[in-house]
Design a protein around this ligand. Structure first.
Ligand SMILES: *[C@@H]1O[C@H](CO)[C@@H](O)[C@H](O)[C@H]1NC(C)=O
Ligand SMILES: *[C@@H]1O[C@H](CO)[C@@H](O)[C@H](O)[C@H]1NC(C)=O
Ligand SMILES: *[C@@H]1O[C@H](CO)[C@@H](O)[C@H](O)[C@H]1NC(C)=O
Ligand SMILES: *[C@@H]1O[C@H](CO)[C@@H](O)[C@H](O)[C@H]1NC(C)=O
Ligand SMILES: *[C@@H]1O[C@H](CO)[C@@H](O)[C@H](O)[C@H]1NC(C)=O
Ligand SMILES: *[C@@H]1O[C@H](CO)[C@@H](O)[C@H](O)[C@H]1NC(C)=O
Ligand SMILES: [Zn+2]
Length: 938
């Protein structure tokens, strides 16, 4: 699964990162039964080990028109064949929100067996709503080694709740159209038909869909037959491979498609007819073949299925979902329009496609046994997504971007005392909302970072050798993380490489303890040491490894890059070769292949800063970004003064590259959040305007603003230049964006603004404008036929400074006809990141929490992102107090998947208060004293 979604990478008001959690089932958190009670097994959230499914034969009939009660329903029947592996008189099978027909045995299920074997009768059958089971108690025992079949008939609601088999709607040519689609992951297959809904309960699925004639039915397997009735068609699919229930997918729609063939694999891209006609599926079609080929080669295993379908859905909660053979996406993540999509949209698409296709092997062919190791699945796909995307777009330097987009981002979360280890104990992740909570930045981004480090320390060749051996060995089965370490260890031994410890020993330190180290290098003595890096110190944290890591350190000095990493195995080491004399400096963590921060003695810091100013190109690109990011974060943790961090930005007036600039802007974002309502704001704006002016002039002179530069990263930095120049009040820039937007308003059918610049131009113009600009933007949003264009407008509308408009917009998030449920969280958090909207958004969330939480239910709001988003600026005692009160007031209803986010918000607010106290004065002085040359506009 791909986490969802930045509203827009280039929105002036900052980036909204929804950390991949989702709303939860409200009824569940009062119950905490987890154990295996042997007398009432149906009170346990885990299935007993008595029965193992082999195959399902399922027929489903979604009704795309409402019944007399105005409900959309689906009906279905299912036969599951299972083997009894331990004698039992009980059948427990997952089932949620399904109603069963009473069959002729007067129970909810009919049991049978092959070859005339006698089966016990059903004594009683009922539904356990809290633990989500259909329970059948039998009169006698099922026999170990014997296979049985259970037949059921049931009805469910095809609701618009984005979970299980659900309904999505859109308007095309004035007609309202209904799509029946599915999101089974992680625990919603049980909302569609009764099933053993745990990832290790793999089985073969034989699916038949009944659907209106003329519509298209899709599932994991290729369609094998269509039988037309009077009104309906019955489409049957080839049986799936043996797989987990969460990977099942079902769609009935009126879509069209684009098709190609890659080797033996049929590739199809599905979307609304209009979107396909306009060629919006072509980019996905172009890159899918090369990416599949890359992964077949990388894993050294052919793609296991006969076809690869990818479909864009109007309503979809997550970024995308890797259903085996039928991957589902948000429209913005799959569709791309060459004329109106930005290069950021294109990158999102190729990265998302690579992420999902990576899962076809890692995750789908071989599946982790339980949700406590989600990180390995998601971290892996997130890491290799960069490799796959790099194959499809080799000129983009995609692999460098992992440092900005994943590593820097997750460092921020993992430096909190309320962080958590990558892996948890199996028993602690049992309730559905705990499962959902696993899909956070730690799992995705830290997972990606430590796997990249592992691949680097072993060499890519050895890494893929072990990986391929693991995938081959466990194909169609389930594993634990240790299995991967063992196969990598086998590759290490095969290659006769000597590591300081086993792969498992090394990895356990990164996986089983939270956080990461800061490595301190004293170049006056050559001593190197490590320490757990925390933004605020917390003395009582426990770890099985005492917060000591085995750290491969790639380093260089002013003369050369060292060939092999040097290993720091203990808290402290001496005589490392990193002692310097004269002007010589040391730079460690070359290209940030390691998951740690670096600190130096003051002399070395000064020499590095001197090098940046004298000739920054001597320092590798990624490390220029690292020096900025490390310095700012060391300052946040009180290890260096804030003014030293600010010092790393001075050289940027000569920097033209995207990655270091973006690193600095990401870090300055914190300064803006903390200081833009204080007297530091003015001098800070002056400094930033002076810093960015040369970059603005550079692009003004080279590409101008109606055209874009050639390089992918240069295109991003062009946007940064406008964004910073306009938002720091460079007049020429503001005139530019306002006049571009006005030209569009004057001729609404003719938008001349370059796709890359749209987000930033829209936002800047809406911020500078009033109700007229806002209403124009709103009408364009409602009429947009391209999802990514709608998304840019949606986020620009949050840039207005008019509180009335912001309030109106907030209220729309509770009206799905105005703002789709999938977008509600993004709009609210985006408004919160607006200086004028912060208070409004927080009030809105507080006033409506109970309603959103209990009424909106599964899959509508991302509560964790909502909490992180609306509290990002909190930095006063009053705000802390409000947060504490909010927690107290709502503790009865609970916070579900936002529980952790709330704790983190409290910790962050306290840290912010302290930071302001300690830094405001010095920072004000520093900004005031800067004497960058002033650029005068002519
Ligand atoms: C399941 O339902 C379909 C559609 O109503 C029907 O054609 C089929 O015979 C049913 N299956 C069984 C095993 O009864
Ligand atoms: C999918 O595309 C192929 C090739 O363009 C076409 O033959 C087929 O009819 C399309 N299927 C549907 C259901 O539109
Ligand atoms: C897809 O590939 C074709 C053939 O190479 C090319 O003409 C077309 O421009 C590409 N489309 C997109 C959107 O990249
Ligand atoms: C790929 O797999 C084949 C067959 O399993 C094996 O013979 C070959 O050595 C593998 N290639 C690599 C590069 O590991
Ligand atoms: C660091 O990354 C750059 C790409 O940004 C690459 O060209 C260079 O070879 C890498 N250096 C090392 C030592 O791996
Ligand atoms: C930006 O470029 C335009 C068009 O070339 C030019 O007229 C304008 O003077 C430039 N602005 C600055 C500040 O150089
Ligand atoms: Zn994923």
């Amino acid at each position: 699964m791909a986490k969802c979604c930045r509203v827009s990478k280039w929105c002036v008001i900052g980036v909204v990162v929804a950390l991949g959690a989702v709303a939860t089932i409200a009824a569940l958190w009062t119950i905490t039964l987890t154990g295996n009670d042997t007398t009432t097994p149906w009170t346990s959230y885990r299935l007993p080990t008595t029965l193992v499914p082999l195959q399902y034969t399922v027929t489903l009939w979604p009704r795309l028109t409402p019944d007399p009660n105005d409900l959309y329903l689906f009906t279905g029947n299912s036969t599951v064949e299972f083997e009894c592996v331990e004698e039992t008189d009980l059948i427990l099978i997952h089932s949620n929100k399904l109603n069963y027909d009473v069959l002729h045995n007067k129970h909810f299920g009919l049991l049978s067996a092959q070859d005339g074997v006698l089966v016990p009768g059903v004594r009683s059958s009922w539904l356990e709503r809290t633990t989500q089971y259909l329970v059948l108690q039998l009169n006698g025992m099922l026999v170990s080694g014997q296979r049985y079949r259970l037949y059921t008939e049931f009805t469910g609601e095809l609701a618009d709740d984005l979970a299980g088999f659900y309904r999505s709607e859109y308007v095309e040519d004035g007609l309202r159209k209904i799509v029946a689609t599915s999101q089974m992951h992680p625990t919603h297959a049980r909302k569609t038909f009764p099933c053993f809904d745990e990832p290790a309960m793999k089985a073969v699925f034989h699916i038949t869909l009944i659907h209106p004639r003329g519509t298209t039915a899709l599932s994991n397997g290729l369609e094998t037959s269509h039988i037309d009735g009077v009104d309906v068609t019955r489409t049957t699919f080839e049986p799936t491979k043996k797989m987990s229930s969460y990977l099942l997918a079902l769609v009935v729609c009126d879509y069209s498609n684009r098709t190609t063939q890659q080797g033996d694999t049929l590739i199809r891209i599905w979307a609304r007819r209009k979107a396909i006609e306009e060629g919006q599926g072509d980019y996905a079609l172009n890159v899918t073949g090369p990416i599949l080929d890359f992964f077949q080669e990388y894993y050294n295993i052919t793609y296991p299925l006969s076809k690869s379908d990818q479909i864009a859905l109007p309503d979809f909660y997550f970024g995308a979902m890797e259903n085996w053979g039928l991957v589902t996406y948000r429209e913005t993540n799959l569709l791309y329009d060459p004329l109106t999509s930005s290069s950021g949209n294109r990158e999102t698409a190729v990265k998302m496609i690579a992420h999902e296709l990576a899962h076809m092997w890692f995750g789908n062919l071989v599946t982790l046994r339980w949700w406590n190791e989600v990180w390995l699945n998601e971290g892996f796909a997130s890491y290799v997504a960069y490799l796959g995307a790099d194959k499809a777009e080799p000129s983009w330097s995609m692999k460098d971007l992992i440092v900005l987009d994943d590593i820097h981002r997750v460092f921020a979360v993992d430096a909190l005392a309320s962080s958590h280890p990558l892996s948890s104990f199996e028993d602690s992740i049992v309730l559905p909302h705990k499962i959902v909570e696993q899909f956070d930045a730690i799992s995705y981004s830290k997972g990606a970072a430590v796997l990249r480090m592992l691949s680097d320390m072993l060499s890519e060749k050895m890494f893929v050798q072990g990986l391929s051996s693991y995938l081959n060995h466990f194909a169609y089965g389930n594993t634990v993380g240790k299995d991967l370490w063992e196969h990598l260890q086998m590759a290490v031994q095969l290659n006769k490489v000597v590591l300081p410890a086993t792969v498992e020993d090394i990895m356990n330190r990164w996986v089983l303890q939270m956080g990461f180290p800061v490595v301190t290098i004293d170049t006056t003595t050559g001593t190197v040491s490590q320490k757990h890096f925390l933004l605020s110190p917390e003395p009582d944290l426990k770890s099985p490894y005492n917060y000591e890591w085995l750290i491969p350190i790639r380093w260089m000095n002013s003369k050369e890059v060292q060939k092999d990493p040097w290993w720091l195995l203990h808290n402290r080491a001496e005589n490392t070769g990193m002692k310097t004399t004269g002007d010589e400096w040391v730079l460690a963590n070359v290209n940030v292949t390691g998951y740690y921060r670096v600190h130096y003695d003051r002399g070395n810091w000064d020499k590095l800063l001197g090098q940046l100013r004298a000739d920054h190109r001597v320092i590798p690109l990624i490390n220029r970004a690292q020096l900025v990011d490390d310095a700012f974060n060391l300052a946040r943790a009180n290890i260096v003064p804030s003014t030293q961090a600010l010092q790393t930005t001075v050289y940027l007036s000569a920097e033209r590259e995207y990655i270091p600039w973006q690193s600095a802007l990401d870090n300055m974002q914190y300064y803006y959040l903390m200081l833009d309502r204080t007297d530091v704001y003015g001098p800070m704006q002056d400094y930033m305007r002076n810093l960015v002016t040369p970059l603005y002039l550079y692009f003004n002179a080279t590409s101008g603003w109606t055209d874009v530069p050639e390089g992918h990263m240069d295109q991003y930095n062009q946007v940064n230049a406008v964004h910073m120049a306009c938002s720091t009040g460079l007049e020429e820039c503001q005139n530019l964006t306002t006049s571009l937007f006005r030209q569009w308003m004057d001729n609404a059918t003719h938008n001349m603004i370059h796709a890359n610049l749209r987000s930033v131009v829209y936002c800047s113009a809406v911020a500078a404008g009033g109700a007229k600009e806002w209403e124009f933007g709103w009408s364009q949003f409602k009429n947009a036929t391209l999802a990514s264009e709608a998304s840019k407008l949606m986020s620009a509308l949050t840039c207005t400074r008019d509180k009335k408009l912001l309030e109106k917009f907030l209220s729309y998030t509770l009206q799905p006809t105005m703002i789709r449920k999938q977008d509600a969280t993004a709009v609210i958090t985006s408004i919160a990141s607006n200086r004028e909207g912060q208070g409004l958004a927080w009030d809105f969330v507080r006033d409506n929490w109970n309603y959103m939480f209990t009424q909106y239910g599964v899959g509508s709001f991302n509560f964790a992102a909502l909490i992180s988003g609306v509290t990002a600026r909190f930095s006063t005692a009053a705000e802390l107090q409000q947060l504490v009160e909010f927690r107290g007031k709502n503790s009865a209803a609970g916070f579900g998947s936002a529980e952790l986010a709330l704790e983190q918000a409290l910790e962050r607010t306290e840290a912010n208060i302290l930071w302001l106290q300690q830094n405001k004065h010095n920072v004000l002085q520093w900004f005031t004293n800067q004497t960058l040359p002033h650029y005068h506009m002519v």
